[in-house]
Design a protein around this ligand. Structure first.
Ligand code: NAP
Length: 351
């Protein structure tokens, strides 16, 4: 059987694409990624980066707090249908809801990684491996790539220990959580992300220590100047983080940093640690078959469209976006990719 739409990836972009493609009667197949230890370590398990965060406070429609009370107060009585209970939404919950919504409309899912893909001929061909030896060969008329990106970490074992317990790679996602309020926080990096995260965190933190390995920033001047002028940001130049400190109960309590010029180490108290040393898009499996940027992100070849350099292949979400990188923007481009695929298939008389 030749699939009409195969969606590779299972973050907000993938599920939004699936919901739209399924409602267009295209019976999409989502290849959501394999449940393997290797993917866990890389940060590429099914459901993507959002599944690695705790609460999501900025996804429209899901305010924090008691959702039941909110819906009751926000919706007129004659339109209030269900008894809601509970709280705001967590990243994993939001993704499970999207996944279920896609399934309800007829999306099929396999929990595999695409390990090989041939986009040089049509129908496209790919191999999907469950990580335990079972490989499926799949043929598709159109493909939506929504494999996302993964945050880079320094690779310290202690970062791994406190992930979701004070260690984060997304200040915009997590910075406003109660655990980070009115405490000193640490950000690592010297690019625009680090500037943005450090500045953003000053709204909540008592102080932000920005640790950078050199004596000048890579970031754009305007963003670097904003950081340099912010009295709440203390810059630790020529320094690296050797260990994230903490305990199971409190999570992160500080970091041990080392000055590269003096080789002196010090412990800095902190209630949170944010890695802002860049992201890596999950495009390795494409092996150069689509046009990529110099940072290996997929290129959208036409403004306001999700087209890639191969006709019939579309891209959505963080795999093609190193700029906005939000769940809502990923979902938006996922919707666009499904509409683009549907229209392209119709244009080619494929259904
Ligand atoms: P980036 O520009 O690649 O910067 C990464 C930073 O992390 C660099 O300062 C680098 O240090 C440091 N770093 C990398 N690996 C490290 C390691 N192992 N240990 C310690 N430090 C390490 O990445 P980014 O800041 O995420 O930005 C990515 C892109 O998004 C850029 O094009 C950026 O302009 C854009 N962006 C724009 C905005 C905005 O305009 N609002 C916001 C965020 C991102 P070195 O400098 O020593 O290499």
């Amino acid at each position: 059987m030749t699939e009409r739409v195969v969606i590779i990836g299972s973050g907000p972009a993938g599920w939004a694409a699936a919901i739209y493609a399924a409602r267009a009667n295209l019976q999409p197949l989502v290849i959501e990624g394999a449940q393997t230890e290797e993917n866990r370590i890389k940060g590429t398990l099914p459901l993507g980066q959002l599944a690695l965060t705790s609460e999501v406070e900025n996804y429209p429609g899901f305010p924090t707090g008691d959702l039941a009370a909110y819906v009751k107060s926000a919706v007129p009585a004659d339109r209030f249908l269900a008894d809601h209970t509970g709280h705001g939404i967590t990243g994993p919950e939001l993704l499970e809801l999207m996944r279920q919504q896609a399934v309800n409309f007829g999306t099929r899912i396999i929990t595999n990684d695409v390990t090989e893909i041939d986009l040089s001929r049509h129908p496209f061909k790919m191999k999907a491996d469950d990580g335990y030896g079972a490989v499926q060969e799949i043929e598709a008329l159109s493909v939506i790539i929504a494999t996302g990106a993964r945050a880079n970490y320094l690779g310290l074992p202690s970062e791994e220990t406190y992930k979701n317990n004070g260690v984060s790679a997304c200040a915009v996602c997590d910075g406003a959580l109660p655990r980070f309020r009115n405490k000193p926080l640490v950000v690592v990096g010297g690019g625009d992300s680090a500037m943005e995260e450090a500045t953003y965190l000053t709204h909540f933190a008592s102080q932000v220590h920005l640790v950078h390995r050199r004596d000048s920033f890579r970031a754009s001047k305007i963003m670097a100047d904003r950081v340099l002028a912010n009295s709440k940001i203390n810059i630790k130049w020529n320094s690296v983080v050797d260990e994230v400190l903490g305990n199971e109960k409190q999570g992160v309590t500080g970091v041990r940093i080392r000055n590269l010029l003096t080789e002196k180490s010090e412990e800095v108290e902190a209630g949170g640690y944010f890695a802002a040393i860049g992201h890596t898009p999950n495009t390795d499996f494409l092996k150069g078959q689509l046009k990529l940027t110099d940072k290996k992100y997929l290129v959208w070849t036409t403004p306001q469209r999700t087209y890639t350099s191969v006709e019939g292949v579309f891209a959505a979400g963080d795999v093609a976006d190193d700029y906005y990188r939000q769940a809502i923007t990923a979902a938006g481009t996922g919707c666009m990719a499904a509409l683009d695929a549907e229209r392209w298939l119709a244009l080619k008389n494929f259904h």
